[in-house]
Every structure is written in structure tokens, then in C-alpha cells.
Design a protein around this ligand. Structure first.
Ligand SMILES: [Zn+2]
Length: 89
């Protein structure tokens, strides 16, 4: 079955009003914690540029407890849920 991330909590942890960049830490239902980094695209729209899994729990997809890239496949999914909870600064 495909992984279906479910964001249960999200907070804006840093932001830079000068360039519009900000970061959200999102907690998923399976205890995975991700940091999302947002920037602006050429039209000035907010876009998630990076997602990193914080190394608190093993990866829910590959089970590694070190860096992997699994979450990048779910970047837009996790990002849209996180923005709903945390809002945009
Ligand atoms: Zn993984």
C-alpha cells in the first residue's frame, strides 16, 4: 500500500520577512517529524523547496534511522497539509 502521510501538527519555526522564506516543522500521525523549507517561485507564490525528515524516528517508508530521500516524494502532500495547520506567515 502506498504511504499516506497524515500531518497532525505543524508549526512555523522560522521565517525571514525580507525574502519570504520560512520553515515549518510538521509532525505526522506515525510520529515522523519533518522540516519543510519554503521559498517563492518566479511569480512570488509560496512553494515548498525542501523537506527533511528529522531523525527522531526511523523512516516510515524504508525504516532507515539515518538520512534518506523517501519524504521528498511526499513533499507536496505533506506541505499542503502542513500549511493548512500552520498557515502562511
Ligand atoms: Zn526512507
Amino acid at each position: 500500500m502506498a504511504y499516506q502521510p497524515q500531518v497532525v501538527d505543524a508549526k512555523i519555526v522560522s521565517r525571514n520577512p525580507k525574502n519570504g522564506l520560512f520553515e515549518i516543522v510538521a509532525q505526522l500521525k506515525d510520529r515522523t517529524v519533518c522540516r519543510l523549507i519554503y521559498g517563492k517561485d518566479a511569480e512570488g507564490a509560496t512553494v515548498p523547496t525542501h523537506i527533511n525528515r528529522l531523525l527522531k524516528e526511523p523512516c516510515p517508508i524504508c525504516r532507515k534511522d539515518f538520512l534518506c530521500n523517501c519524504m521528498s516524494k511526499f513533499k507536496s502532500e505533506i506541505s499542503s497539509q502542513a500549511l493548512e495547520l500552520a498557515g502562511t506567515p
